[in-house]
Design a protein around this ligand. Sequence first.
Ligand code: GAL
Length: 388
Amino acid sequence: MTSQSSAVTSRPRRRAGALVAAGALVLACVVTGLVLKWPFGDSDSDGKAADKNVGTSTHGGTVGLAMPTKSSERWTTDGEAMKKQFEAKGYKVDLQYGNGDVSRQVSQIENMIDNGHKLLVVAPIDGIALGDVLERAKKAGIKIIAYDRPLLNTDGVDYYVSFDNREAGRLQGDYIVHKLGLDRGEKGPFNVELFAGSAEDPNTPYFFDGAMDELKPYIDKHQIVVRSGQTELNQLTTLRWDGAAAQKRMNELLSESYTKARVDAVLSPYDGMSLGIVSALRGAGYGGEDRPYPIVTGQDAELASVKSINKGEQAQTVYKDSRRLAKAAVRMGDAIMTGGKPKVNDTTSYDNHEKAVPSYLLQPVNIDKSNTRILVADGYYTAAELEE
Ligand code: GAL
């Protein structure tokens, strides 16, 4: 597992500013009744242009979709969206969920190979455990797209389609810095605790490194203090991104390091964990007038978390529209299947230890209480869903 890189790469503030501006543009379009157009790449017009390159595929062929779990809302949305879109292009689809069980996912992929599927789209539970089975797939002439999560240590993978994962982490770190006022002269020190995702998910270090690009300069200056002393990635990972495990660790942190001191912010990489962390905080007396919740970040804009944000509990999430990711994957898959050239926009960031995997990355969007309306304007949720 890579550790946090020491180089503090380019400030995302300009980019974050651009995203805020883009968010404002989305809202302005809604308010003025203009047709809403996604300002972050992978637009419909992109799609049409790319589709022209590959023609219309009516020949069929089966696509295997290997998704990691159904226990998180996002993966069912991703799986269903891809299924629908591949079917609309004339493909048969075999959609399988691994239920967080690595050997189950391996055997699902083996079955896909045995059944003669032509293309696999794989979001791994464990990014390094699929090397052998993907080698078999490659030998059988099957094309492989890594979906959302990289596939490591295999040259079997042809393409990667995802969001800019490091940027997702940066948005979380930047949110904490900004909300604490550190970027506007506040000196602190502020107490912040850090959580990371599952150790087997290759996305985990990207998110963590991105967040630390923002937080580490303040940790180094002691303006952010991690009272638990736990700042290394291997101390912070959360098996299978489990919310209950995050809740348990937050409880431990609170009783070990915060019986007197207050926790001001918690870096959480994923909504399912953020809700567990918020529960632990509530149990310890946070959430009242005299003891407001700390800033708790998240990712995926899952419905329960967006509601929690609107209630003033979880503070932030990162919106990664699964429908657009699915669309990008389907476009890529269709190009591969029809002998076209898939569109990529990054050829260096995702070296999987065997090769630099050509990637198509979408931009994530920062969401907090001030702009959850973007999700409604974008048709991701209905206003009623957010109010229920
Ligand atoms: C990551 C993914 C995140 C989140 C997390 C937990 O790989 O990029 O968006 O869904 O898994 O499922």
